[in-house]
Design a protein around this ligand. Structure first.
Ligand SMILES: [Fe+2]
Length: 298
């Protein structure tokens, strides 16, 4: 029974074939193996979270009352999440094009994968799963200042659309949008996915890519091979990254107020044209990402 295993779920394949991006979580389809995978992932992360996760994340875990032993129901998660910041986790069948993804954040909805990785492949996988999305991202959404930064970031996608709508030449519009989307993706990567926070009790992770990775959360904080610098916007938006190995370069912030201000700065730079020509390189801006922005600009 494949159940809702990453890349093996017939329910998800059908939804994608039929163009259903936003889906109800078909909870009855999770198999005992799916629940066992969640349990293994969660239990091995617990001591790492205690040691390396920022305190807001740990408070968020408690606030959400996430099950340790079974894949959580999104409606249960949302019951605890919504009263705190009005965020909700919203089931999706796969990749959400960039504009729609950012627009969901603006509307306090977090597109959430419902499948879970195989129990015999607990470590790295390139695509998100429910452990990454719900155990890695969602606890952060209980924190008010973090949530506000995320909403403000989502709103930047509308600013990008306004900028694009003001460019007459179609080729130039695509060129500038490519650069702006790349800058936004890099910002998201170096903060929401892989951000570190300096605090009175030392360096802690707040990025979800770290919070959902048993190996990398320790590496990010302990390894002498990682470069760690205070977040500099001009650096992060011009910095390529690769997704298939531990990150060699990470940025720190000292508060989510600071993160909120950085998003404001990103938006100002976008309006001023400072994101129009960021350094080429990863991540690539795929066709569906570009199309989502162009369609919104119509
Ligand atoms: Fe993520």
């Amino acid at each position: 029974m494949p159940g809702l295993t990453t890349a093996e779920a017939p329910f998800i394949e059908r939804a994608r074939r039929e163009g259903e991006l936003y889906i109800e979580q078909p909870y009855h389809l999770y198999t005992p193996e799916n629940h066992a995978a969640w349990q293994s992932l969660y239990h091995r992360m617990l001591p790492r979270w205690e040691r390396y996760a920022n305190r807001h994340f740990r408070a968020g875990l408690d606030a959400l009352c996430l099950s340790r032993d079974r894949v959580p129901r999104l409606e249960d998660v949302n019951r605890f999440l919504r009263p705190r910041t009005a965020f909700t986790a919203k089931g999706v069948s796969g990749y959400v094009p960039a504009f729609e993804f950012f627009d969901c954040l603006r509307n306090r909805q977090f597109p959430t994968t419902v499948t879970i990785r195989r129990g015999d492949h607990l470590d790295y996988l390139p695509e998100p799963d429910i452990f990454h999305d719900v155990a890695g991202h969602v606890p952060m959404h209980t924190e008010k200042n973090f949530a506000e930064a995320l909403v403000r970031f989502g709103a930047c996608a509308h600013t990008a659309v306004e900028v694009a709508a003001g460019i007459r030449d179609p080729e130039e519009r695509v060129h500038r949008l490519t650069s702006i989307i790349r800058a936004m993706a890099r910002f998201f990567w170096f903060t929401i996915e892989f951000g570190l926070m300096t605090s009175a009790d030392g360096l802690k992770a707040y990025g979800s890519g770290l919070l959902s990775s048993y190996g990398e959360i320790e590496h990010a904080i302990e390894s002498p091979d990682v470069q760690r610098y205070p977040m500099q916007l001009e650096w992060a938006i011009n910095q390529s990254f690769e997704i298939d190995h531990y990150q060699p370069l990470l940025f720190t912030v000292d508060s989510f107020d600071r993160l909120f201000d950085l998003v404001g700065c990103l938006e100002t730079w976008m309006k001023n044209g400072r994101l129009n020509h960021v350094a080429p390189g990863e991540p690539a801006v795929n066709e569906s990402d570009m199309r989502s922005f162009l369609d919104a600009a119509k």
